[in-house]
Design a binder for this molecule. Structure first.
Ligand code: F0G
Length: 353
């Protein structure tokens, strides 16, 4: 199939009009992959929705194509966002494609290198602050009150509209909604978007509804602790957020679906991060792996029942943050001289020749 991109593929479900530009980088249509090794280890039927396969390497492209297209339709020439990295990469890419400019505000030293490189390459104006994501979001909201720029954080409703399409794809790929949808929670937009998507698809196509299981990083678990975290900390910088903008929508998704929002420790995240790569061949960024860590935790405590069909959302590509990956491993490449015999002898030994 010649995939047309999200705005065309799901135009009947999206606020697309005759005047909406046909913007696309061919986002969406990401793989849903069965995980046989983790499934048998956990006694469930586990799939991953591999959102790292999107054009800029994260799920943000689904929302950004919609938000930037609507901004262009409304005559805007620039977009602005705060970001832990992925939103800024995506905003910068879609702004470039649409012929617009992008301004991004990011927490200094807390954005994975790949994401920063992307925003730079796509030509965004980048502002670093000595503060966290929540501070940056407050600033861009303030700027947005007066300046002629369009805010494309997930407080822009078009973002959630675009992001809900991942739920449609899952229903199409599985033939129905799964019993459990496991998803990382940072600013809480994506869990809200998925729930909206599952409900809309069910209304039209009777695909059923999953229980929504969201997972925050423990050091940034505002919703779980029911209080704003002023100094959030986690290895998973993508979800290092202490005051989620879509807090109420996420709680609503949890409660309407009889689901759960839990917290996973950095140790659990790192364990899931390595396990996923080694057992299933998927390199997803640490923040993404909060979903897998959460599934492991909830299978162990019995809140996810044996045999459940689960989809875990893997929100971003592992290549975004190679530094964290390398730091978590105790191995280094073996260094040998440029010598045929030495290299051959070593490898023959490794493969047991
Ligand atoms: N996973 C990744 C890889 C992310 O980048 C984010 C959010 C999330 C999960 C959480 O999604 O915020 O909708 O609950 N990243 C934002 C950013 C905050 O700026 O890139 P959420």
């Amino acid at each position: 199939m010649n995939w047309p991109g999200l705005l065309k593929q799901y135009q009947d479900f999206l606020p697309v009009t005759d005047k909406t530009p046909a913007l696309t980088l061919k986002e969406g249509n990401t793989p849903l992959i069965h995980f046989p090794h983790l499934s048998s280890q956990l006694g469930v039927d586990l799939y991953g929705k591999v959102e790292g396969a999107n054009p800029t390497g994260s799920f943000k492209d689904r929302g950004m194509v919609m938000a930037v297209a609507k901004a262009a339709e409304d005559g805007s020439t620039s977009v602005i966002c705060a970001s832990t990295g992925n939103t800024s990469a995506s905003a910068a890419a879609y702004a470039a494609k649409a012929g617009m400019s992008a301004v991004i505000v990011i927490p200094k030293g807390k954005v994975a290198l790949g994401k920063l490189a992307q925003a730079m390459m796509y030509g965004a104006e980048i502002v670093e602050i000595d503060g966290n994501f929540d501070d940056a979001l407050k600033m861009v909201k303030h700027v947005n009150e007066n300046a002629p720029v369009t805010l494309v954080n997930s407080v822009n409703p078009y973002r959630l509209e675009g992001q809900k399409t991942a739920a449609f794809e899952i229903c199409e790929q599985l033939g129905a909604a799964p019993e459990v949808l496991a998803i990382p929670v940072g600013n809480a937009g994506n869990i809200s978007a998925y729930w909206k998507g599952f409900k809309e698809f069910h209304d039209k196509k009777q695909t059923g509804l999953p229980k929504m299981f969201g997972f925050e990083a423990e050091g940034a678990s505002a919703i779980v602790q029911n209080k704003v975290i002023t100094d959030p900390e986690t290895i998973a910088t993508a979800i290092r957020i202490g005051n989620p903008a879509s807090w109420n929508l996420a709680v609503n998704a949890r409660d309407e679906s009889s689901g759960k929002i839990g917290a996973v420790t950095d140790k659990e995240i790192v364990h899931a991060f390595k396990l996923l790569a080694r057992k299933e061949g998927i390199f997803a960024e640490p923040g993404s792996c909060a979903s897998i860590a959460g599934v492991i935790q909830q299978c162990a405590n019995g809140d996810i029942k044996p045999g459940s069909r689960i989809v875990a959302v893997l929100t971003g590509n592992g290549l975004k943050d190679p530094q964290t990956a390398i730091e978590q491993l105790n191995t280094e490449p073996v260094s040998l001289p440029n010598d045929l015999d030495a290299v051959t002898a070593y490898i023959e030994d490794v493969v047991g020749a």
